[in-house]
Design a protein around this ligand. Structure first.
Ligand code: ATP
Ligand code: MG
Length: 396
């Protein structure tokens, strides 16, 4: 094959005894992510993942795009492998990177030799290849301090590899090493970013969405499924639990004081999410809450909503500014879908004057007329489980 991808492992290499487990997970993830693009050989050696197309049918461009969003990789590059001798290396650089050199005003060669049997030192390799390239590209000057372009030569165990500058990878930890969590996914800007951030820390993500038909429309539900699909570009395949919330919201509206509507509703969401989380092997919940953003996101409100769960609730956005969250949403590609104007069930019965500093006692009293247990049981009877993957057709 005349092109392969090399991906350098991130924090993974720092993990000592767990290193093997992390590498196995990453290899498994890369293999799974390459499947839609044809036959690729994926192996790890010397803290590097090798992704090698096995035949001409492989969709190399599609695979490359996918590799850029795999967590656990700090940097990645496309390379040309060649035999481990200077002539072969020089010819590979010319054929593979010659045009890039013609476009640059200055260059240098940087070599790394992890195969210590190779007779030349790294410096000698760089000098030799750099000298030949300088002759062949007289308009591109050697500049070892601030080159416009850098040619990399890596002498590894199996072969030599030449490539141009590497790109930053998706960072984080390989999906799966951090356990599994259930993200409460609304149609807003925040919760898809929260899911992405915890996936980046190596968590497998499942999500749950509450919808209140006919107060919220089919389009609002499709929007959430589309957001989930966009997150799976990073997290891998995801199950979305869609839970009908109409009966619960109507019961709250009819039986509870208005100032507590949102809080009581959120307590139902958390409790139902936790029940499904436990059934599905998720050890934590994730929300897009952000301190002070709305009345239900004060410390006191979080105490009241958190009181119904006994597993950790991860809120990766809790201390961020909206601007920072929007920047991430834009970068990961969820923003445009999030800002489509379909209503969320949170906005259906919004109190005019929500309580911002509730106590648990007040809220327990406010919801005391509800039969929580049977409302929750009925909601759990009709959970629709939908699997989404990035390769699916866009939903909106
Ligand atoms: P987002 O942009 O994620 O909707 P938000 O700022 O609008 O956040 P809220 O509407 O108060 O905040 O919701 C807080 C969190 O509660 C959300 O980030 C999400 O995790 C969860 N949540 C809200 N509505 C729903 C819903 N309909 N289904 C599932 N989870 C929800
Ligand atoms: Mg919202």
């Amino acid at each position: 094959m005349n092109e392969i991808f090399l991906m350098k492992l991130g924090e993974v290499v720092l993990k000592g005894a767990n290193k093997r487990q992390f590498e196995n997970k990453l290899r498994q993830n890369v293999r799974r992510r390459m499947k839609p693009f044809g036959n690729f050989d994926v192996y790890i050696m010397q803290s590097t993942v090798y992704v090698e197309p096995e035949d001409e049918e492989a969709d190399v461009e599609g695979a490359w795009e996918a590799c850029r969003s795999i967590f656990g990789v700090v940097s990645l590059c496309r390379c040309r492998p060649c035999e481990k001798n200077l002539d072969a290396i020089y010819n590979a650089v010319e054929a593979y990177l010659g045009e890039d050199l013609d476009c640059a005003r200055s260059f240098k060669v940087e070599s790394k030799r992890s195969d210590k049997q190779f007779p030349l030192t790294s410096i000698a390799i760089s000098q030799e290849i750099g000298g030949r390239l300088a002759e062949a590209h007289p308009d591109c000057l050697v500049d070892v301090h601030h080159p416009e372009y850098t040619v990399y030569v890596e002498i590894r165990d199996l072969a030599a590899y030449v490539h141009g500058p590497a790109e930053p990878g998706a960072g984080g930890l390989p999906t799966g090493v951090g356990g599994r969590a259930m993200c409460l996914l609304s149609g807003g800007i925040d919760s898809p970013v929260a899911a992405y951030m915890m996936a980046k820390r190596g968590m497998e993500i499942e999500s749950i969405h509450f919808f209140s038909y006919p107060y919220t429309s089919q389009l609002a539900k499709d929007k959430v499924l589309e957001l989930a699909r966009l997150v799976t570009r990073y997290s891998g395949r995801m199950t979305v639990n869609v839970v009908g919330f109409t009966e619960i919201q109507e019961a709250i509206r009819d039986n509870c004081p208005e100032e507590f509507f949102t809080l009581i509703m959120r307590r139902f969401m958390m409790e139902i999410a936790q029940r499904i989380a436990k059934q599905d092997g998720c050890g934590a919940l994730i929300t897009g809450e952000n301190l002070g953003q709305v009345a239900s996101q004060t410390m006191e409100a979080m105490t009241v909503t958190g009181a119904v769960v006994d597993i950790p609730v991860f809120m990766p956005l809790v201390g961020m500014d909206k601007e920072e969250i929007v920047t991430i949403a834009r970068r990961i590609g969820t923003l445009e879908t999030s800002i489509l104007p379909y209503e969320d069930c949170c906005t259906v019965f919004t109190p005019k004057h929500p309580k911002t500093k509730p106590t648990l006692g007040q809220v327990l009293h406010a919801e005391s007329r509800l039969d929580r247990e049977s409302l929750i049981a009925r909601a759990l009877e009709n959970v629709e489980k939908i699997t989404v993957r990035y390769q699916d057709e866009p939903g909106l």
